[in-house]
Design a protein around this ligand. Structure first.
Ligand code: ATP
Ligand code: MG
Length: 147
């Protein structure tokens, strides 16, 4: 089923306002044609997980960016935050079940979210990449095939 990814993302951003901290806003931008064909339920779950992480691991007042863009055969999503970042030596393990980075401190979590995200991305036959700089922020990119 084809749907406009822009409307979908805007609705999601609206729903997540209640989850965000004070003055934390999710800034959404899109490039290219907006009609996509992706499993909505899996996509929604993935983006909720990534955007919740972006909020949880960033201070109040920090901005979060959600970008989508339609390429020739894929749709790309990026979730970028200006949060605590992930230590380099931990980055390889964040998709492991129950793993929590060493700087997660008192921030609550079970370490399951990204493990589920990875499984959903595999189900969608997509790719996921994470880049992070300690105390600067984290960006997660998804490339999903457009059916
Ligand atoms: P939950 O199961 O509730 O999602 P969680 O957030 O701890 O718990 P994951 O989402 O799987 O678990 O993330 C794993 C770990 O990776 C986190 O505990 C945290 O240390 C680190 N992490 C994930 N996303 C970010 C981010 N955006 N910024 C900084 N650290 C992050
Ligand atoms: Mg999480």
């Amino acid at each position: 089923i084809v749907f406009p990814v822009t409307d979908f993302c805007k609705e999601l951003v609206d729903e997540l306002k209640s989850v965000c901290k004070e003055n934390q806003q999710i800034i959404y931008t899109h490039e290219g044609d907006s009609e996509v064909c992706i499993d909505r339920h899996l996509l929604k779950n993935v983006l909720i997980n990534l955007l919740s992480n972006a909020s949880k691991y960033s201070d109040a007042g920090k901005q979060i960016f959600l970008r989508s863009s339609k390429k020739e055969k894929t749709v790309r999503f990026e979730v970028q935050d200006q949060g605590i970042g992930i230590p380099e030596q931990d980055q390889a393990y964040v998709f492991d079940r129950f793993f929590r980075a060493h700087n997660s401190g008192t921030i609550q979590g079970t370490g399951l979210g990204l493990n589920i995200v990875k499984k959903y991305i595999q189900l969608m036959q997509g790719e996921i990449q994470l880049t992070s700089q300690l105390n600067q922020g984290t960006t997660v990119s998804l490339d999903l095939p457009n059916c």
